[in-house]
Design a protein around this ligand. Sequence first.
Ligand SMILES: [Zn+2]
Length: 548
Amino acid sequence: MKITAGGKTITWRRDDVDMYAFHFEVPAPAKEIQVALDFLSPTFAGGFTAGASTTAHLAMVTWNQLLLYPEGANVSDVIFKANLALPTGWKFGTSLPVASQSASKVDFGAVSLERLVDSPVLTGEYFLVIPLAANPPNEIDIGADNNADLAIGPELATTLKRIVSEAASLFGATHYTHYHFLLTLSDHTAHFGLEHHESNDSRVAERSLLDDALRDVSLGVLPHEFVHSWNGKYRRPAGLATPNYQEPMKGELLWVYEGLTQYLGNLLAARSGLWTVQQYRDHLAESAADLDHKPGRLWRPLIDTTVAAQILYGSPAEWNSLRRSVDFYDEGWLIWLDTDTKIRELTGGAKSLDDFCKRFHGAPSTAPMVKTYVFDDVVTTLNEVAPFDWRTFLLTRLNSTDFHAPLGGIERGGWKLAYQATPNGVLKDQEQVRKFTELGYSIGLRLNEDSSIADVIEGLAASKAGSGPGMKVIAVNGKAYSAEILRDSVKATTDLRKRRIDLLIDNEGHIENHQLSYGEGEKYPVLERDASKADVLSKIIAPLTWTR
Ligand SMILES: [Zn+2]
């Protein structure tokens, strides 16, 4: 970073407390300063990052890393004019207005800092644009590391269009003028999604459009981030709507911001056909079982995971079950399913959470704007849809330190969380893509590909035997470890004579024998139909705009 005024270098000093603030004096008679910033794009180190990512064939430009702004300013009042020099032949997608364009340079129109930071640019050599809807226009801009990864089939293209039409039917209005799905296909950038008013920055594995397992595990990010245009960007918790980026945010309504988005995003994945009905149920079984096997629930209520979001996003995966993480995503899914099925029960099926969405996020359609809310607004709108003591209903679930997850929505939906001896289709896809071995629901053990223990479930066999995250499994019953050999030994425990598994463990260089006492065989989650109740869950995920 170099700051100059009238060609002369200005000395600056970083603030002692705010590491992103710089102090300096502008020498008279200078009326303006120049700041030159070089951003050195980091190499891919894995994990979640909102930062810029580049490879030899594409770049995701996130403006917040490329600028300074006056301290204390309201970001909607500061005007920026950006331009971008691109490698020859590279195309780009963004929701920023383009003022002029030449072969190697794009000049964007003047916009507020708020809008600039909300409008990243995806650019690349191998680039595909598919229009998804006309009024208002929606498109998906896809940048890939390899041209062949863009060979998207007509079925998936149709499905992407349905995500847009199903969302329009769900909310009944839009709050953008032109929406861009910015999709990065690369094995050399971080994989995650980030929401914006008029775009989303979604980065997934290179072959996600071509490989069925990757599609199942990765592409749910698209409807999720799209829903944020309504839930998060337009309707935003007051504590998250700060006047600038230095002001700390308050996250206690993240069970709405992310939790309801998780519910609605997955709903759209099913309603659009991105997921089959069976895949929706398998994903739900997975999330519900995970949350129902978290001893951390006994000390940490869900609401604390929202308040502590900024320290939990970066927390390690080890001991997750005992410590909890950003559970407001998937537990939000359960709580909003609970809410949706309760509305349907209270109104005899006449009303649903769709009606809540139309009131809370819907008409009139607007350009991007922020309408803040507090907890009472959520309760009031639910009461307008179906009068009930929603305050107690929600607070009970948010503050609960019960061992069990809130499974009422699954049950009211006509299904039961159960366990079977073989992994469901979604778990198989997840194990294949994320390269782990799930034995959490049997012996309470989750393993990484290299045989290191990712986590144990306190109270189950592995944990009781002394196994814990960070240790490595060397051998199972005297045989060198492989995921298959461990699975076989768990499977064999249904035989009364084989109710003991001996693990040879490397505990940070100390070799130990752990004896697991267990006799229930393999157990993997699944949703089972409860024939005594109506199948409300299938009704909830039925498409509104097409016939499956
Ligand atoms: Zn989200």
